[in-house]
Design a protein around this ligand. Structure first.
Ligand SMILES: *Cc1c(COP(=O)(O)O)cnc(C)c1O
Length: 371
């Protein structure tokens, strides 16, 4: 293919030239365009299948008349609510356009080509991308049965390590490590290394031994916990998340945070979401029922799954690219995870009962055709 004569002759930084862009779940509109099918169910991006809280819709409508104003760059009222909810000082909170942006702030504030960051095999891909872009060396530890091996992570820390990224539970595997494992790991990490504990799915979790990262902030000043409104709070499209950390860490992150990174509607939406506890409870209950439905249905089909405590489950289907294409033909969008070096797995978000049934039926048909 010939290059158009007007293409620019610019060269990005070497680390950027070597990177690949993040591959998001396929939007419904894109699937409709590509396959010419009208009806799709999307179980691909760990979104809340209930849609947003009605309180959020009202709050956004009310706030629309003020969108000619810049947002409060410090997000005072939202931070105040979060501080109260989590029992921390307001100066411990940093707001991001999604918690994804906080993960990026960490990399740009703490990592450069003279440092390294540690994270697990199969860990959320954004860590690898943020680290690569910073020019730092990535130290990737072997997983333990698809989950984080916290001992391996501890052992992997090098003299130039500045950041450790942990996902609990992890995406795309849904696995978690328990309280004792986290304490042991934190105790083994020197205090000059920032430990990022990504708790994007924490609101969904119900196991007794799941560690509450926020309760450990006082004891571990080098710990940063990230949370998001994108998953259980149902606000993926609003792009808002936050971190809780020692105020000194928050101050550092604020220096690399673009001004007005969180929009006024996102601030308002998050505040309204925090005030609708019934919606959050319904979301968690819907997820729990849907998880049971999928686990039972998949097991009945003889499909191996990775035990998950989040709002998705990753399933073993053989040649996942083929199965994914077949599912698309049947109007079901799930998430291939070949870019995580898991070419035999698909990640399925827990949907509404009807959506879960449709997924199970489609998978059943594909497996049946194969046999
Ligand atoms: C979805 C997700 C996030 C963040 O999403 P945002 O929409 O940027 O808040 C962070 N970490 C993990 C592990 C996730 O799955």
């Amino acid at each position: 293919m010939s290059r158009p004569s007007n293409s620019p002759k610019l060269s990005p930084r070497a680390v950027v030239a070597a990177m690949q862009a993040y591959q998001p779940g396929k939007p419904v509109s894109e699937a409709q365009r590509e396959l010419g099918i009208e009806q799709f169910i999307k179980l691909a991006s760990n979104e809340n299948p209930l849609g947003p809280s009605p309180k959020v819709s009202v709050a956004i409508a009310d706030a629309i008349t003020d969108i000619h104003r810049y947002p409060d760059a410090n997000g005072f009222y939202l931070k105040q609510m979060l501080a109260e909810r989590h029992g921390v000082g307001i100066e411990c909170i940093t707001l991001g356009a999604g918690s994804n942006e906080i993960l990026e702030f960490v990399a740009s504030a703490f990592l450069d080509h003279e440092s390294s960051a540690v994270f697990s095999e199969y860990a959320f891909l954004v860590y690898a991308l943020a680290v690569a872009r910073s020019g730092a060396r990535a130290i990737v530890t072997a997983a333990d049965n698809f989950g984080h091996d916290t001992q391996a992570i501890s052992n992997a820390i090098a003299v130039d390590t500045k950041v450790v990224y942990l996902a609990n539970p992890n995406n795309p595997t849904g696995t978690y490590f328990n309280h004792q494992a986290l304490i042991q790991l934190l105790n083994s990490i020197p205090s000059n290394i920032l430990v990022v504990l990504d708790e994007a799915y924490a609101e969904y979790v119900c196991c007794d031994d799941y560690p509450d990262g926020i309760s450990l902030l006082a004891a571990y000043p080098n710990l940063l916990v990230t949370r998001t409104f994108s998953k259980a709070f149902g606000l993926g499209g609003m792009r808002i998340g936050y971190s809780l950390s020692n105020p000194q860490v928050a101050d550092v992150l604020n220096r690399v945070r673009p001004p007005f990174n969180v929009s006024s509607l996102s601030l308002v939406a998050a505040q309204a979401a925090l005030q609708d506890d019934a919606y959050l409870q319904r979301s968690v209950a819907t997820n729990r029922a849907g998880m049971d439905q999928l686990v039972q249905g998949l097991s009945a089909l003889g499909i191996n799954t990775i035990d998950s405590i989040a709002n998705f489950i990753t399933i073993e289907v053989g040649d996942a690219a083929t199965v994914n294409a077949q599912l698309l033909q049947q109007g079901v969008i799930v998430r291939p995870v070949a870019n995580y070096a898991m070419p035999n797995h698909l990640r399925v978000t827990i949907g509404l009962e009807q959506e879960n049934s449709q997924l199970l039926e489609a998978v059943g048909t594909i497996i049946g055709d194969r046999a």
